[in-house]
Design a protein around this ligand. Structure first.
Ligand SMILES: Cc1cc2nc3c(=O)[nH]c(=O)nc-3n(C[C@H](O)[C@H](O)[C@H](O)COP(=O)(O)OP(=O)(O)OC[C@H]3O[C@@H](n4cnc5c(N)ncnc54)[C@H](O)[C@@H]3O)c2cc1C
Length: 283
């Protein structure tokens, strides 16, 4: 017979998603356990140093952290806002350079500034730049969870049209198209397959407000890990989940690399989906 369930929820992976989930559930009184395979917590929140200079691996700058904005409310709920060392970025949160063109094109915080800066570079495109901003705002308004609302009726009913096609339908100017999509590294954008809503949700958060973590993004992980423990949760590093077991259609336990088996009522995967599928297909 398997030992009694020790946890309400086991979360596999300590990236930002896993740590936020664990914090919210621990705050609600559930007994959570986070299992991280690496020696550092945080996934893409990890930092490293070269010649005393700190480098972020993933999270270099963050959008939507102005009071009242979406990420601000989530970070405040889990006790991050009081403790994070943040610095607002300069007005142009991204400066786009293109080929031999000596100009620097600015993506600015605040829709008014965003329109003003790009219109200065492309005066004849002002109406199209405004249309682009309206489209981004319209798409973002159609995602209830993005706006912290649980209104299923209002959920996104878009057509998954690609970012490339949507931007091209707003302006014929190839250079402006490239500048509007210029920070697509943020979401590993692919010209013809990335949907416009992915582009819009991410770009909108930076236009709303853009911030840097002073001293690196790993402070987010440190605070969230401490809070999990403060609220009675457990979190372990160097604990790779190598198998997930199922009985009668329900996940029952996970196996750690050292052979230990952990049971729980619920399981949340914070792994990259293909990694999770590989584990599930082991059966
Ligand atoms: C190069 C780069 C730059 C980025 N720049 C920014 C930016 O400037 N601003 C921004 O907001 N976002 C940025 N992002 C995106 C951001 O970093 C991610 O969206 C976010 O950190 C992802 O968090 P996550 O929890 O989904 O996943 P991850 O951070 O990937 O966490 C997954 C965790 O699961 C663990 N794991 C995997 N398999 C197992 C297993 N079998 N057992 C136990 N643990 C396991 C991993 O070790 C990892 O710690 C960037 C991403 C990259 C890659």
């Amino acid at each position: 017979m398997l030992p009694a369930k020790k946890y309400d929820v086991i979360i596999i992976g300590s990236g930002l998603g896993g740590l936020l989930c664990a914090n919210i559930l621990a705050l609600k009184g559930l007994k959570v356990c986070v299992l991280e395979k690496n020696k550092q917590f945080g996934g893409n929140l990890q930092t490293f140093a070269r010649d005393k200079q700190i480098f972020d691996t993933g999270v270099h700058y963050i959008g939507g952290l102005e009071k009242g904005q979406t990420l601000y409310q989530i970070f405040k709920y889990v006790g991050l806002m009081e403790r994070l060392k943040l610095e607002k970025m300069e007005e142009c949160f991204d400066k786009i350079l293109i080929g031999e063109d000596a100009n620097i094109y600015c993506q600015a915080q605040g829709y008014e500034s965003f329109i003003k800066h790009l219109t200065k570079s492309f005066p004849e495109e002002e109406d199209n730049i405004i249309s682009y901003c309206d489209k981004v705002k319209e798409i973002c308004a159609s995602f209830p969870l993005y706006n912290l609302m649980l209104n299923a009726d209002a959920s996104y009913k878009g057509n998954n049209e690609s970012a490339e096609a949507t931007i091209a339908s707003i302006t014929n100017n190839k250079k402006l198209q490239a500048i509007l999509a210029g920070n697509n590294l943020l979401y590993a954008g692919e010209a013809d397959t990335t949907p416009f809503h992915v582009h819009a949700l991410i770009t909108n958060s930076y236009i709303e407000s853009s911030w840097k973590c002073v001293g690196g993004g790993s402070q987010i992980a440190k605070i969230l890990v401490a809070n999990i423990r403060k609220h009675g949760g457990e979190i372990f590093r160097n604990r790779e989940v190598i198998a997930i077991s199922e009985r009668d259609g329900m996940i029952t336990d996970v196996t750690i690399a050292d052979g230990e088996i952990l049971r729980s009522k619920y399981f949340i995967s914070n792994m990259h989906p293909p990694q999770l599928l590989r584990l599930l297909l082991l059966h």
